[in-house]
Write a protein of this length. Structure first.
Length: 161
């Protein structure tokens, strides 16, 4: 399943076409905006929890740098979308995004530009996910990870056969 997701993200023309389809729908565009907001909140939590531990090691410092790059790109697009297509529940709040360099420099959003950046963000996230997983498997054996997870019923039990 993860391999299929990686393959889809790394298929640049296919991913670009899917994003074009997403951007053509106002509802899906709003879903994207909400997703970016949730990812930013999650990123702040992850970086807040792990940055101190990881920055002190050269092995982990690069991983933190790549996380910061990813969330910086998401923040940029969150700011641009906040300015151009604010979420309804944000309309009564002060528009702090006007102070963002993203909104000062970008001007009107071109869908092609947004698509190209979203493709780059998705591919950066996939690369970061894959390299973080590989690093975790090098540091701690798979048996330890398996012991941390709750027991799962077998496939046969899941299907009731």
């Amino acid at each position: 399943m993860l391999t299929a997701g990686s393959e889809a993200v790394l298929d640049t023309p296919g991913l670009a076409a899917a994003i074009d389809e997403l951007l053509a729908s106002a509802d899906r565009r709003e879903q994207l905006h909400r997703l970016i907001a949730r990812l930013l909140a999650h990123g702040e939590e992850v970086l807040g929890c792990w940055a101190d531990v990881m920055v002190n090691s050269g092995t982990y410092a690069e991983t933190v740098d790549r996380h910061v790059e990813l969330y910086s790109r998401l923040y940029w697009w969150g700011s641009v979308l906040d300015e151009s297509d604010p979420l309804e529940e944000h309309l009564s709040r002060p528009r702090l995004s006007r102070l963002s360099p993203a909104t000062q420099a970008s001007g009107p959003i071109e869908d092609e530009w947004l698509r190209d950046n979203l493709v780059a963000i998705a591919q950066l996230a996939e690369s970061l996910d894959r390299s973080s997983f590989e690093l975790a498997m090098r540091i701690v054996p798979v048996e330890w990870w398996a012991a941390q997870l709750p027991d799962r019923p077998s496939t046969v039990e899941n299907h009731g056969t």
